[in-house]
Design a protein around this ligand. Sequence first.
Ligand code: PMT
Length: 221
Amino acid sequence: LISKDLEGKKILISAGPTREAIDPVRYISNRSSGKMGYEIARAAEYRGAEVTLVSGPVNLDVPVGVDCISVTSVDEMAEAVFSRMETADAVIKVAAVADYRPKNRAEHKIKKKSHDMTIELDKNIDILKELGKRKTHQVLVGFAAETQSLAENARKKIEAKNLDMIVGNLVGDPRSGFGTDTNIVTFFHPDGRKEPFESMGKDQVAHELLDRVVGLMKVRG
Ligand code: PMT
């Protein structure tokens, strides 16, 4: 039985993909289903936390008791997260945020032409990096979805984004990553420690992660 060890705590979670419009009918996005973030929201609520979930477009039911804010683009997600970070005790960024968006969003549907075409992209804001700069008391946890060099890339991100922990997520394995019910993760800590796990349910990953978050909150007092 899991205790209500997050009673009185406010947890802010982002989940799912973002969509960046090309024209009124097309967009750039990624394969995130939202499952990992929603399982963390469900688990945190179960453990007594007041949970706010900022969610990109997904086909999942919002867990009972969780406050969900639906967003579409990176800019909307950034605004929703930044305006709620100050009061949060922990922020967990599971969302797969688009790193680029079309430079111009066409007002009308782009018509097929007889020649090839190119879409120019602008770089998006890195929401997590900005959170890392702004954080005061919050426990800040990121995810890193990688197809290769998991440890190296995760360690770079933990430092660059000023995180308290990062979840290295292997993608490209049928038991792990986008859209699956199971996941293969490694927790990386700023002091160099790492905790690799076998494939387990995303609900189990959620509870393992929250165990660490509870520990980090205790240290912070
Ligand atoms: O949704 P599911 O289908 O269940 O899949 C789960 C998942 C694979 C999406 C999830 O477990 C995961 O790994 N999420 C992070 C995906 C990702 O975008 O990783 P990244 O390495 O590109 O980004 C690193 C971190 O920075 C992430 O916490 C991300 O939210 C954040 N970020 C990235 C870019 C950006 N512009 N802003 C950000 O905040």
